[in-house]
Design a binder for this molecule. Structure first.
Ligand SMILES: [Zn+2]
Length: 141
């Protein structure tokens, strides 16, 4: 994720992304992450202990094509945790139909390395792959 979007998330949701590093996914999921953070930030703002020195969100990344959002810290309340888990699950589900490059509607593509892409970025990705393949073929001759 680019530094502008990273900065926006970390500054807009400072409790949720306290001490957070960087997002290991592309910018198409920025809006999706904003929506999720909008829901989670108030929970952590209210429940985080004072002088908390660790991370709340441990990792945000794309894994096997979909979004993964891992927390390192949870509030004590069972009910809150259930709500948090539901919100995260909802965002992770949305990532499966959201182009990771641009945020347009997408679907999973590819066999070995799965990505969720819209038609345009799927096409671009295929062209890149073909170019690489023909280059490799040339090098072998
Ligand atoms: Zn796209």
């Amino acid at each position: 994720m680019n530094s502008e979007n990273t900065k926006h998330l970390v500054e807009t949701y400072p409790h949720l992304f306290k001490n957070f590093g960087y997002f290991e996914c592309s910018d198409g999921w920025f809006k999706l992450l904003c929506e999720l953070s909008e829901k989670l930030e108030p929970v952590f703002k209210e429940n985080l202990p004072e002088n908390f020195r660790h991370r709340v969100v441990g990792q945000v990344k794309q894994k096997f094509g979909g979004l993964r959002f891992y927390l390192d810290w949870y509030p004590e309340s069972e009910a809150l945790n259930e709500q948090i888990e539901n919100d995260i699950e909802e965002a992770e589900e949305k990532s499966w139909v959201t182009c990771e490059f641009c945020g347009e509607p997408g679907k999973t593509r590819g066999g070995g390395w799965v990505l969720v892409l819209c038609d345009k970025h799927h096409q671009e990705n295929l062209e890149k792959k073909n170019k690489r393949a023909s280059k490799n073929a040339k090098n072998e001759n």
